[in-house]
Write a protein that binds this ligand. Structure first.
Ligand code: PNS
Length: 159
């Protein structure tokens, strides 16, 4: 079975993430979306909430599975029989860091990284920008899936 992992913070998942996940699902037998649990990083949504939102927005894709992990992505890959990581590249600014991570991961584990160019519609999009824009009353309805918009609106109203 050709299985890849799509790792990230997904705080929260955006239409840009979803575009990469679904395009990867067209190419591979199984895509495992892996939510990084990083206790030292502040997030708007807990890892469990991020997993839940991802499950909701990917439920129509039979070959997409959502999980979470703590530690190294390559260790998650080894534990799950995954030989490649799929990452979206939005712009040249993503390239340096992503390239370094890919080379580090390959050199230390043999796990490959495959880059997919982001749909130009979402080239500017990031979870951080979405959160910031929404926090100050901006309309992000075209940038995140419906269930994420609902969760985001209610989470921001709490603070
Ligand atoms: O959505 P993000 O925050 O850009 O995702 C980054 C993520 C979680 C994919 C990356 O930081 C990662 O792989 N973290 C796990 C720890 C790890 O493997 N670090 C070594 C990289 S060489």
């Amino acid at each position: 079975m050709r299985r890849v992992v799509c790792p990230g913070s997904f705080d929260p998942v955006t239409n840009g993430h979803l575009d990469i996940i679904t395009r990867a699902a067209d190419l591979y037998d199984e895509v495992v979306v892996a939510v990084a649990r990083n206790p030292s990083k502040t997030s708007l949504f807990t890892a469990a909430e991020r997993v839940e939102l991802l499950r909701e927005v990917t439920k129509k894709y039979d070959n997409v599975r959502v999980d979470s992990f703590e530690g190294l992505t390559v260790d998650f890959c080894k534990a799950n029989g995954i030989s490649a990581i799929v990452k979206g590249l939005r712009a040249v600014s993503d390239f340096d860091y992503e390239m370094q991570m890919a080379q580090m991961n390959y050199s230390q584990s043999g796990v490959e990284t495959l880059f997919m160019t982001t749909n130009p519609l979402y080239a500017f999009l990031s979870s951080s920008l979405v959160k910031d824009f929404a926090k100050y009353g901006g309309d992000v309805s075209g940038l995140v899936p419906g269930p994420v918009l609902t969760a985001l609106t209610s989470r921001l109203a709490e603070s």
